[in-house]
Design a protein around this ligand. Structure first.
Ligand SMILES: Nc1ncnc2c1ncn2[C@@H]1O[C@H](COP(=O)(O)OP(=O)(O)O)[C@@H](O)[C@H]1O
Ligand SMILES: [Mg+2]
Length: 376
């Protein structure tokens, strides 16, 4: 199986590392000659609009997938004319636009934060009036790791938030959403095959700081909540006729009676950072399952690696820290992506698997301290 991957980041690198065991070979398309996947497959360097590079990339491949969700849909369509592309390009297009994502969730009866589309400062003022404050103004497209977002405490902040996201332009494609007063954040990583079979990983609790995922813990432990989150993910996958791994990020909100409700935030049409723990913590990793799904192979089991097992993952952001020190922490599995260290950049992660979630939290805290990583 010769697999092409649009994007050559760490997600592509981990896809290839999983795929090599199945005998698959990989080719990546990325604008950067320094892309982390260059060590694990052939790298075609080119811009998303470079027809020549796309031609060289696609030649001789059996199928194409992506690890980067902001690949222009036009490039994906051009490739899909020649070679099967999974997940379907229509799913990619929905997940590229926060407005389409929220409309999709709502059409399936999955609650989201109240929101309104915004394309001018006057519309932002009306949106804050209608939706309420505090809230977050976000670019509809291309945001990641909290980039392309401005928080509004009150209606007085509209001018500053508009200026922060538009650099003074008079119109832009934005969305304003009400701030969700969540108790915790969770995500579902799920996989669907072309024949409609699905498998869901245990619900994962995620810790973010400054808009970036810092740590993940699985399983979250609330069985009833997990069933609802899995059902929502299945519904989204069915609607999109999805093939491959998808992640849905959700907020858990506790209402006045103490009951937990789920509020959907966004879809990632690809393998997801909150599923990195599955490499060591689940029977089949998200990376292998994505490849199985797109190659038409049977899906692998998504349960924890052993009954009663727990997993915890710490992101290494900005700098990897001392590898020898990390590896001296009992049970540490370090994954370094081979990227230049830069502030705010994901350069690696560390996973722990065990039976006592408190021990795993302690180990995550110890490695965070060692590597200078913030957890709140
Ligand atoms: N409406 C909201 N209410 C509360 N927190 C939010 C809201 N939207 C985003 N956040 C916080 O910011 C983080 C990043 O925002 P998100 O919409 O997931 O964008 P990104 O594409 O950057 O991941 C979320 O995981 C959450 O911690
Ligand atoms: Mg997110």
């Amino acid at each position: 199986m010769r697999v092409g991957v649009l994007g050559g980041g760490q997600l592509g690198r981990m896809l290839a590392l999983a795929g090599h065991r199945l005998g698959f070979t990989f080719r990546f398309l990325d604008p950067s000659s320094d892309a982390p996947a260059r060590r694990v497959g052939e790298l075609v360097v080119g811009d998303w609009s470079d027809a020549g590079a796309i031609e060289r990339f696609v030649s001789g491949l059996d199928l194409v997938t992506y690890e980067f969700e902001n690949v222009p849909a036009s490039a994906a369509h051009r490739i899909a004319d020649e070679t099967p592309v999974f997940p379907p390009v229509a799913a990619l297009e929905t997940a590229q636009d926060r407005l389409c994502e929220k409309a999709l969730f709502n059409s399936l009866g999955i609650p989201t934060a109240p929101y309104a589309p915004v394309s001018s400062l006057a519309e932002l003022e009306a949106a804050v009036d209608g939706v309420g404050a505090p809230g977050i103004l976000k670019t509809r497209r291309a945001g990641y790791d909290g980039k392309g977002q401005a928080r509004l405490g009150t209606a007085r902040d509209t001018g500053a938030a508009w200026a922060a996201l538009t650099q003074g332009a008079s119109s832009a494609e934005l969305i304003y959403e009400r701030f969700v007063d969540f108790e915790r954040e969770v995500s579902v990583v799920g996989v669907r095959s072309a024949d409609g079979a699905t498998a869901m990983y245990p619900l994962t609790r995620n810790v973010h700081a400054a808009g970036i995922l810092r740590a993940s813990f699985a399983p979250d432990g609330d069985g009833a909540l997990e069933r609802r989150a899995h059902a929502a993910t299945r519904a989204v996958m069915e609607r999109l006729r999805y093939v491959g791994v998808m992640a849905i990020e959700l907020f858990v909100v506790r209402d006045a009676s103490g009951a937990s409700t789920l509020v959907a935030n966004e879809i990632a049409p690809r393998v997801h950072n909150s599923g990195h723990w599955t490499i060591e913590g689940a029977v089949t990793s998200q990376f292998e399952n994505h490849l199985r799904a797109i190659a038409g192979l049977p899906l692998g089991e998504t349960s924890m690696v052993l009954p009663g097992a727990h997993a915890a993952m710490l992101n290494l952001i900005g700098a990897t820290g001392p590898l020898a020190g990390t590896l001296a922490i009992p049970g540490a599995h370090a994954h370094l992506y081979g990227k230049q260290e830069r502030e705010g950049r994901k350069v690696g992660h560390v996973t722990f698997v065990g039976t006592d979630p408190r021990v795993l939290e302690d180990r995550v805290r110890a490695s965070a301290e060692l590597c200078g990583q913030r957890l709140v």
